[in-house]
Design a protein around this ligand. Structure first.
Ligand code: NAD
Length: 356
C-alpha cells in the first residue's frame, strides 16, 4: 500500500494513479461534498470519467449497486474516494464486487482507508467482512482537505479512530509494533482534537489528526476488534444510531469495563492520554470538553432497546479481554444511555479471570 502525506499532497494524485496503472477513474463522494470531488476531478483531468455524490453511511446495497453499475458503464478502471468512511466504504464494495482498485483521499479522521474491512447494508442488516481487494492501493492524505470538516465531526471521527487503537491494544492478536502505532495514534489525536476545537483552521493540528487517523486505522486493519466495535455495530445496524457519535459515547464505558483485564492497554493509554486518573475517565472528560455527544439517549436510543442490544451482542462469541454476559453488557449500556461518568470496575475475581 502506497501513502502520500502532507499539505498539498493532492497534487501527487495523478502520479499515484500512474504508479498503479489507472487511466479512467470514477470519483466517489458524499452528497454535499461535490465541490471537493470536483476539485479532485480537476486535478485528475482526463483520467477522471465521472463524479458520483451518493455515498452514505453504512453503504446501502442499492446505492452500491447503482454506483457499481455506473462505474462499469463508464468503463472505469478504478475509483478515487474523496471523503470519510462513507465514500471509502462505497469504493470498497465496488472493489469487492467489480474488482476495481481504490485510491483514497480521506477527509475525516475515521481511519477506514487503512483497513481491508468492508461493510454493506441490505434490508437494514449490516454485514461486514475482510478482503485484501478492498484495501486502497494508495492513500493520499492532504490535511488541507480536512480544514472544512466541522469541529463536531472532526471530534467524533477522531474518537472513532481512537476506538480502533484502544481495542487493538487489548486485541487477542495484539502485537508489540501494532501497540506502538496504537499508543502514538491516540496520543496524536488526543492532542490534535482540542487544538482543532479551539481553532478549526489550525493546519498543523489538522495534519496531526490525519497522522493519528492513519496510525489508528492501521491498527484496526491489523487486529481483531472486540466488544466496543461489536456493540457500536449493533447500535448502528439495529437502531440506526449515527456511527462516529455512537463510538464516542460508548468508548469510555467499554474501556472502563475492560480495563481491569487489560493492564498493558491501560499502561499505554495512561501514557498517551492527557490528564489524571483512569484512561477511561480521561477519555470521558476529553469528549465532554470537546462538546461531543455524551449519552446514547441524545443519539436516539431508548431504555427499552437495552435488552435487545445486549442479547444481540452476547448471541455470538468473539474475543474480549473480560468475559461478557447479557447482564454486564446491559449495565454498560445503561451507563452509556444516561451519559454517566464511567465507573472504574473493581479488580476481577479469580473466577472471572479464569473464565477470561
Ligand atoms: P462520513 O464519511 O459519513 O462523513 C460524515 C459527514 O462529514 C458527511 O456528511 C460528509 O459529507 C462530511 N464530510 C466529510 N469530509 C468533510 C470535509 N472535509 N468537510 C466537510 N464535510 C465533510 O463519516 P466517517 O465517520 O468518516 O465514516 C463513517 C462510516 O465509515 C460508517 O459507515 C462506518 O461504518 C465506516 N467506517 C468504516 C471503517 C472500516 O475500516 N471499514 C472504519 C471507520 C468507519
Amino acid at each position: 500500500m502506497r501513502v502520500r502525506f502532507g499539505s498539498g499532497a493532492l497534487a501527487s494524485l495523478p502520479e499515484e494513479l500512474g504508479q498503479i496503472g489507472l487511466d479512467r477513474v470514477l470519483v466517489l463522494c458524499s452528497p454535499g461534498r461535490e465541490d471537493t470531488a470536483e476539485l479532485v476531478a480537476g486535478v485528475l483531468g482526463d483520467r477522471c470519467v465521472g463524479v458520483r455524490a451518493d455515498a452514505v453511511m453504512h453503504v446501502p446495497a442499492d446505492v452500491a449497486e447503482r454506483a457499481g453499475a455506473a462505474a462499469v458503464d463508464l468503463g472505469a478502471d478504478g475509483c478515487v474516494t474523496v471523503g470519510g468512511g462513507s465514500a471509502i466504504g462505497l469504493g470498497k464494495i465496488i472493489a469487492l464486487e467489480h474488482g476495481l482498485p481504490i485510491v483514497a483521499v480521506p477527509t475525516t479522521y475515521a481511519g477506514s482507508e487503512m483497513t481491508p474491512v468492508w461493510g454493506l447494508t441490505t434490508d437494514g442488516r449490516k454485514e461486514t467482512g475482510r478482503d485484501p481487494k478492498v484495501l486502497p492501493r494508495s492513500v493520499v492524505y492532504d490535511p488541507d482537505l480536512t480544514v472544512s470538516l466541522p469541529v463536531g465531526i472532526s471530534v467524533t471521527s477522531g474518537i472513532n479512530a481512537m476506538a480502533h487503537a484502544v481495542e487493538a491494544l487489548y486485541a487477542p492478536d495484539a502485537s508489540p509494533i501494532i501497540s506502538l502505532l496504537a499508543e502514538e495514534g491516540v496520543r496524536a489525536l488526543a492532542s490534535a482534537l482540542p487544538a482543532i476545537a479551539a481553532e478549526p483552521g489550525d493546519r498543523e493540528a489538522r495534519s496531526d489528526a490525519l497522522y493519528g487517523a492513519w496510525l489508528c486505522g492501521a491498527t484496526l486493519g491489523a487486529t481483531t476488534m472486540s466488544l466496543h466495535h461489536k456493540l457500536c455495530h449493533a447500535l448502528g445496524g439495529t437502531l440506526n444510531l449515527p456511527h462516529a457519535p455512537t463510538h464516542t459515547v460508548v468508548l469510555p464505558h467499554v474501556l472502563a469495563f475492560n480495563s481491569p483485564y487489560a493492564p498493558a492497554a491501560v499502561a499505554a493509554l495512561s501514557r498517551a492520554l492527557p490528564g489524571d486518573g483512569a484512561p477511561a475517565d480521561r477519555l470521558w472528560w476529553l469528549s465532554r470538553e470537546l462538546g461531543a455527544p455524551s449519552s446514547l439517549r441524545e443519539l436516539g436510543m431508548a431504555e427499552a432497546d437495552i435488552d435487545l442490544i445486549a442479547d444481540e451482542v452476547t448471541s455470538r462469541s468473539y474475543g474480549n479481554p473480560r468475559p461478557i454476559t447479557a447482564e454486564n453488557v446491559a449495565s454498560l449500556l445503561r451507563a452509556s444511555l444516561a451519559g454517566d461518568r464511567p465507573t472504574t470496575t473493581p479488580s476481577p475475581s479469580t473466577d472471572e479471570r479464569e473464565q477470561s
